[in-house]
Design a protein around this ligand. Structure first.
Ligand SMILES: Cc1cc2nc3c(=O)[nH]c(=O)nc-3n(C[C@H](O)[C@H](O)[C@H](O)COP(=O)(O)O)c2cc1C
Length: 219
């Protein structure tokens, strides 16, 4: 087992990163955000397609607007569920999922992680002519690389003393509203929203499945 200092530091960064939902009021410097995106863009991507873009939302009013549009969609979905007699689900949606989906509300910054369409010479010259895969598969291909870039960003943030929370709650509820508000082109998907700031409270480490439970060797 490697025991080098670099590896131990990296392992500690990976193990100690937490999803933080409570932030101080300290703003995040734009230069630091650029630094995080510099780390994000060195993630691997299919045929180096780099299917990622980021929007850094740093204005308080804009963050409040995103919170409001998420709650608005939540309320609409809860009302629709209630109208179908799904009262318990509607209540849980509001009381449990609502706070989870809007846990970015006191973050000083939101990084909206987009996935751009996957394009490559392989796709143009081989995959599309033989109809290798459906459009949905290519959309997912873009998401995969965007996820890796997002994780780079979160680990880099943690190493810099910042805290993050990756969130799909607002995307599941209000992706279209978010795209309209931020002027995101139709071809882009909102992959996730990352709350970013300085931690006010760091939650404890959540348990993970044991290695033996999730790993199978084939000799
Ligand atoms: C794809 C994805 C979506 C998530 N969405 C939310 C969310 O909407 N709201 C939230 O508070 N946390 C969200 N999280 C954070 C998870 O709750 C968190 O990663 C998990 O509970 C493990 O905790 P840890 O990150 O502190 O180790 C999300 C995480 C991932 C990877």
């Amino acid at each position: 087992m490697s025991n080098t200092e670099t590896y131990q530091q990296l392992k500690q960064i990976i193990h100690d990163r937490r999803s933080v939902r409570s932030f101080t009021e300290q703003p995040v410097d734009k230069a630091l955000i650029r630094e995080l995106i510099d780390c994000a863009r060195y993630a691997p991507s299919d045929t180096n397609s780099q299917t990622w873009e980021f929007i850094a939302v740093v204005g308080r009013q804009a963050i409040e607007a995103i919170e409001a549009m998420t709650w608005e969609q939540l309320n609409l979905r809860a009302a629709a569920a209630e109208a179908e007699g799904l009262n318990r689900e509607a209540r849980l949606l509001l009381k449990s999922f609502g706070p989870y989906a809007t846990a970015f509300s006191d973050a000083p910054a939101l990084i909206v992680c987009l996935a751009t369409p996957y394009t490559s010479k392989f796709r143009d010259k081989i995959f599309d002519p033989i109809q290798l895969a459906h459009e949905d598969v290519w959309r997912e291909e873009g998401i995969k690389s965007s996820c890796l870039a997002s994780q780079n960003l979160m680990l880099a943030a943690h190493a810099l003393g910042l805290a993050t929370c990756p969130m799909t709650g607002p995307v599941l509820l209000a992706e279209q509203q978010l795209k309209d508000y931020l002027g995101v082109e139709a071809s882009r998907q909102v992959n996730m929203v990352i709350a970013l700031g300085y931690p006010a409270a760091v939650p404890g480490k959540l348990p993970r499945k044991e290695v033996e439970e999730i790993l199978r060797f084939v000799d």
